[in-house]
Ligand binder design. Structure first.
Ligand SMILES: [Zn+2]
Length: 348
């Protein structure tokens, strides 16, 4: 949803929208005069401006941010912000210090973070925290469901018939509206499923298309690369569950296993202490009370949502907000969001 009031727009609403747009725009141009804040940015994957197709690995490019645009965001931030690590930004919130502080995080474990991001991090000396779902690193043939949906949309232009849990879904993937319906139906189904149900749905989807298509590997970082990268001082690693589960749909035993496996493997691969965690799907409804509790029990020092907000003294260390950066935002949209995060949060 847009940050401006949507829906039935009366004249008053339209005027209010214009006023808010104008106010936010003015504020965006003078960040150095605004009250400084601590903001943690949340990214996922990067892509080249002109992507040459990789036939053996697949990442849904629509979900990735152009590396050039990422660097433009970084360069704008360097004009008034200091980039700090998660350790520092969390420590600093306790001491009232002047100046904008930014910490950058990436979720999931896409290799493009190293291939395209690393030169930018090193050039601008940006500490990065990378939250990794270990299953996709360990099993290159396991495509995350959101990439499988992207793959079907991109390469499967037939009629798709899928039967799951006694329900039959049929989509003509040559039709624009039905492509959208397929994407939203399965996004919703998979995001809200237990691990077992998710696997059944994914297998059914794969069965429906694999007579004609061979599915490529995922585009996640590999174990050996992680070992190498962990030697670089800019990188810190964090947990994201082993299989990127919907925590609210897990039993207590599943939560414990998902969290422990993930933490153990990351520790082994990176030789780092794994102190922080980012909740898969980021919103509290996908985490659930038992999910929040399990992360604390797993011995983490802090955990991050995708709820929009700044970091302050009152932030709950296990519900730390971030600014999730939409890969489709133009640079100006990013600037507006960044400078007005608390205003936008209230009217969103
Ligand atoms: Zn994730």
């Amino acid at each position: 949803m847009s940050y401006i009031i949507e829906g039935k727009r009366s004249l008053a609403n339209k005027l209010l929208k214009k006023f808010l747009d104008y106010t936010l725009l003015i504020r965006t141009h003078f960040p150095e005069y605004l009250h400084s804040q601590s903001i943690i940015l949340c990214y996922h994957c990067l892509k080249k401006s002109k992507e040459s197709p990789n036939v053996s690995e697949y990442v849904y490019q629509n979900n990735c941010l152009e590396a050039d645009l990422f660097e433009s965001q970084v360069m704008w931030l360097t004009t008034f912000c200091e980039f700090v690590s998660l350790d520092d930004i969390l420590r600093l919130k306790k001491h009232k210090k002047n100046g904008w502080k930014v910490a950058i995080t990436f979720d999931d474990g896409y290799r493009s973070v190293v291939e395209l991001g690393l030169p930018i991090f090193e050039k601008h000396k940006i500490p990065i925290t990378w939250f990794i779902a270990t299953k996709f690193v360990e099993e290159p043939s396991s495509l995350p469901w959101w990439d499988l949906i992207g793959y079907i949309l991109e390469y499967y232009t037939h009629k798709l018939k899928v039967e799951v849990f006694g329900k039959t879904y049929t989509f003509n993937l040559m039709d624009h509206a039905q492509r959208f319906a397929f994407q939203s139906t399965f996004d919703n189904l998979l995001r809200n499923s237990s691990l077992q149900k998710r696997e059944i749905i994914q297998t059914t989807l794969l069965d429906a298309i694999t007579q004609k298509q061979k599915i490529p590997n995922n585009g996640m970082v590999r174990k050996d690369d992680l070992k190498e990268i962990s030697k670089r001082p800019l990188f810190t690693f964090g947990g994201h569950t082993h299989s990127h589960v919907t925590m609210a749909k897990c039993t207590e035993e599943e939560l414990e296993s998902e969290l422990n496996k993930n933490k153990q493997k990351l520790k082994e691969w990176t030789s780092q202490e794994i102190k922080y965690f980012s909740y898969p799907y980021g919103k509290p409804k996908y985490v659930g009370k038992s999910g929040f509790k399990a992360v604390q029990k797993a011995g983490y020092h802090g955990a991050f949502t995708t709820e929009m907000g700044t970091l302050d003294r009152s932030s709950d260390p296990f519900k730390i907000p971030r600014l999730p950066v939409d890969p489709h935002w133009a640079l100006n949209r990013f600037k507006t969001r960044f400078c007005n995060i608390n205003i936008i949060k209230k009217i969103d």
